[in-house]
Design a protein around this ligand. Structure first.
Ligand code: A3P
Length: 330
């Protein structure tokens, strides 16, 4: 790890390691422009998965990667966590890992080491058991065998207002959008977002999943960030039952404590990195936006009354027919 100190005035930017090959763009490719304020983002679109062209080589080329993920072999005991980004995926992944290992010990690696978006299928397939994959993909990009082999899916929900507050700091932190974008500009652009994207468009992602659930899939277990926050022990106990894991009360309580927001934030620095990071200050910055606040209701510090009304109206329009009731405070 290169460890240049910043001068304090200009904290160093994250420079992702661009390690994969990426074939030239051709006229057959679908390129979309996403405008969330500031410099528009150019992305390659495969189905509803987006690959940012500026940092494309950070990930396997989606033109080959998505088909290889679709055709990836799964074992019936592989578990997959599906959530829109910023819904608490790190939290649930760590809890699930502890439950399936029947030990309240942190996983040695970052969650991204088992993420369908980032890791080649052959590497995912070679991970040791118990395998707990995670993804922000919609059902159309999941390995087909997930359904044939009835692998257990954990579908995690979080109220969209807190998700969007969290998303802005994530997108800035990962240099997906300009660091100067302010909340007001972001939310107004976000409410106009039409691109069908599993990564960026909460309304699109969530509708895709709930329409899919209407078909009836008893291998899918739905949890919510807010319920986990309110009663971690109760939610972990129910999850253990779905996972068919023996977990006594002591283990469940230990997991709840080890996976508290503060404890996970502290533990983050000792995990093996998936992406090499250029220095310690940047690593800390990433930890700080990955584990930003961990609260329910922080949106109230951002949404004005007018924006809240606009957002509620948009929600009613976009989510018509979806019955899930989100909790916006505890
Ligand atoms: P905030 O930005 O609102 O703090 P994801 O893991 O899907 O990227 O979600 C990140 C969000 O989950 C962040 O929300 C982060 O702080 C929160 N989070 C991470 N670990 C948590 C934990 N142990 N308890 C509660 N929230 C947690």
């Amino acid at each position: 790890m290169e460890d240049r100190k910043s001068d304090g005035k200009n904290p160093p930017e994250w420079k992702p390691e661009l390690k994969y090959d990426f074939d030239p763009i051709t006229s057959d490719d679908d390129i979309v422009t996403v405008d969330l304020g500031g410099t528009p983002i150019q992305c390659l679109k495969i189905g509803d998965a987006l690959q940012n062209l500026r940092t494309a080589r950070m990930l396997p080329d989606y033109r080959k990667h998505i088909p290889s993920i679709r055709n990836m072999e799964m074992d019936h005991d592989d578990v997959i966590i599906c959530a829109f980004t910023k819904s608490g995926t790190h939290w649930l992944w760590e809890i699930t890992s502890m439950l399936r290992n029947e030990k309240a010990d942190y996983h040695g690696k970052e969650k991204t080491s088992a993420m369908l978006e980032f890791i080649p299928a052959e590497v995912l397939r070679s991970l040791p058991k118990p395998r707990i994959y995670n993804t922000h993909f919609t059902p159309q990009c999941l390995p087909k065998q997930v359904f044939d082999k009835r692998c257990k899916i954990l579908f995690l929900q979080r109220n969209p207002k807190d998700v969007l507050v969290s998303l802005l700091s994530f997108l800035k932190g990962h240099t997906f959008i300009d660091s100067t974008i302010q909340w007001e500009e972001f939310i107004s652009k976000y409410m106009e977002l039409e691109v069908e994207s599993s990564l960026l468009n909460w309304f699109y992602y969530t509708r895709q999943w709930f329409e899919f659930l209407k078909e009836g899939h008893d291998n899918i277990y739905c949890l919510s960030y807010e319920d986990m926050k309110e009663d971690s022990v109760g939610e972990i106990t129910k999850l253990a039952k779905f996972l068919e894991v023996e977990a006594n009360n002591d283990l469940v309580k230990d997991i709840a404590v080890k996976c508290s927001f503060q404890n996970m934030k502290k533990a983050a620095g000792s995990k093996q990195e998936t992406f090499a990071i250029n220095n310690k200050e940047v690593a800390q910055k990433i930890t700080n936006f990955t584990y930003r606040k961990g609260e329910v209701g922080d949106w109230k510090n951002y949404f004005t009354v007018a924006v809240n009304e606009q957002f509620n109206a948009l929600y009613d329009k976009k989510m018509k027919g979806i019955d899930f009731k989100y909790r916006y405070s505890l």
